[in-house]
Design a protein around this ligand. Structure first.
Ligand SMILES: Cc1cc2nc3c(=O)[nH]c(=O)nc-3n(C[C@H](O)[C@H](O)[C@H](O)COP(=O)(O)OP(=O)(O)OC[C@H]3O[C@@H](n4cnc5c(N)ncnc54)[C@H](O)[C@@H]3O)c2cc1C
Length: 459
């Protein structure tokens, strides 16, 4: 039997994946949880303005999916019920790095291919059905009420009246009183500015921009299509061109294909450029797949790919009852598919903090310390990967340069040795931490790699 909620009212800004999962755990501890979102939620899986990234490939890491299953039992089963395809990460998800094709062997790690809109819709239906979760759609948060010690609530306005002339500010704006406020407003979160407005310390930010551009399109999988792979990830090869692609199968017998490139190699939004760009990749696999496949969408591009973290734990002077989660706290280069997973991990640890009996009025420090610890490995892998992709580790610390060299050797060893590739996959899919890559069994296989196999399986 669960204990009755002990606290009053929590307000969550943003009803996307991070906000909904936070609302799910808050519902166990608060009498009422109000989720505020600027959009109207579609009744079925569908795109909306506040989540423009939903047009792009969204890989859901196994660790993240398991965390969502813990919060919403049956989530994975629902994805599969909606015909989201599964594939074995070791044998059916083929990966090309500058070192070559990763060795293939079934490994029992199964990933599920699903559109971002399906993932969010399943979570939303479940969370908004909770009796003490209330949603305010078409409502934009526009500031905090309170001071540096505590927030008292959130200023909200109906969407479209952000800069009202008539009626006056007072009549359209209201304050949603809250005992705890969680900012889950994504990359565009305005919390730092709002903290400044109430006289609180503005958190410093760290960012690392790989200058990556995405162009994505959905295709119908051609009838009768057969191949010995189901999904692929092509990282840029060595040389001048920093171009790659991810293709995954999703519900509805479709492929979602993202092309990506760095700097002047970014792909365009023109439909006629898609196939030629795919042909310029280090492998023809994606071009061959989409050539002749029927496009089901326009090409959508984005450059919102920078890594950014807010250093919320560093110094005092901020309200104890204001938390950040999801992309509002940490955004990662999406190439590493970490965003939904870290949002889920953040919700789990928020639940742990509340279960441990910490007072919401003084939760921020503990929660953000734990979040920083949980996200350290993700930040490390994303920024290290970006350094390696750029081919320029000159600005990196000696430790990072060493780590980059080790990871390059690990990738090279992983082209011959499925055990080494499996060690990488377990980290890649958030089942183990990067430290596990240095376990003696893996370390030895990396330093003394198998000789190249003459008949090794190639794609
Ligand atoms: C191009 C791209 C590709 C990605 N690929 C992957 C991937 O492969 N795998 C993965 O795990 N992650 C990926 N991500 C990251 C992933 O999309 C996010 O981490 C995940 O959706 C969680 O985001 P969020 O809930 O924190 O914020 P978002 O999903 O951005 O949602 C923010 C919400 O807040 C609302 N909002 C914003 N401002 C206000 C306001 N002032 N008032 C009220 N409501 C507001 C918006 O309407 C929206 O609903 C990708 C991101 C991008 C940009």
């Amino acid at each position: 039997m669960t204990a009755p909620p002990r606290h009053g009212h929590a307000v969550v800004i943003g009803g996307s994946i991070a906000g909904l999962l936070a609302a799910r755990v808050l519902a166990d501890h608060f009498h009422q949880v109000t989720v505020v979102d600027q959009d109207t939620f579609p009744d079925s899986p569908g795109h909306r303005r506040g989540v423009p990234q939903s047009h792009h490939v969204h890989g859901l890491l196994i660790g993240g999916r398991e965390a969502i299953d813990d919060l919403l039992p049956g989530f994975t089963a629902e994805l599969i019920e909606h015909e989201a395809p599964t594939c074995d990460l070791g044998s059916e998800f083929v990966m090309l790095s500058p070192a070559g094709w990763a060795a293939r062997r079934p490994c029992g790690l199964r990933v599920i291919g699903a559109s971002r809109v399906l993932v969010e819709w399943i979570i939303r239906r479940r969370v908004l059905a909770l009796p003490n979760v209330v949603v305010r759609q078409q409502t934009r948060a526009c500031g905090l009420a309170g001071d540096a010690k505590a927030v008292l609530g959130v200023h909200v306005r109906p969407r479209g009246q952000e800069v009202p002339r008539e009626p006056s500010r007072e009549t359209v704006e209201e304050v949603l009183a809250a005992d705890l406020v969680v900012d889950a407003a994504g990359r565009g979160s305005r919390t730092p500015a709002w903290l400044g407005d109430i006289g609180a310390a503005v958190p410093a930010e760290q960012s690392f921009d790989p200058h990556l551009g995405y162009a994505s399109r959905i295709f119908a999988i051609p009838p009768g299509h057969t191949a010995d792979w189901k999904a692929c990830h092509l990282l840029p090869g060595r040389g001048d061109r920093l171009r790659g692609s991810t293709l995954i199968p999703i519900e509805g017998n479709r492929w979602i294909v993202t092309l990506f490139g760095v700097g002047s190699d970014r792909p365009t939004a023109r439909g006629e450029d898609f196939l030629p760009y795919a042909r310029s990749l280090p492998s023809p696999l994606v071009a061959n797949a989409v050539n002749g496949a029927q496009p089901l969408s326009e090409v959508v591009t984005t450059r919102a790919t920078a890594n950014r973290r807010r250093l919320i734990t560093a110094e005092p002077g901020r309200p104890g009852n204001l938390l950040l989660t999801g992309d509002a706290a940490y955004c990662f280069n999406p190439l590493y598919a970490q965003g939904m997973t870290t949002a889920a991990f953040g919700a789990v640890l928020l639940g742990d903090c509340l279960k441990a009996g910490h007072d919401p009025a003084d939760l921020a420090r503990r929660y953000h310390h734990r979040l920083a610890r949980a996200n350290r490995a993700f930040w490390y892998m994303a920024t290290l990967g970006d350094h390696m992709m750029s081919g320029d580790t000159s600005g990196a610390s000696p430790a990072r340069r060493l780590a980059a060299r080790y990871l390059s050797r690990l990738r090279a060893a992983g082209t011959q040795d499925p055990e080494v590739h499996l060690a990488f996959l377990q980290v890649f899919t958030a089942l183990r931490t990067p430290l596990s890559l240095y376990a003696p069994s893996t370390f030895l296989r990396v330093l003394m790699p198998r000789p190249p196999r003459r008949n090794s399986r190639r794609t």
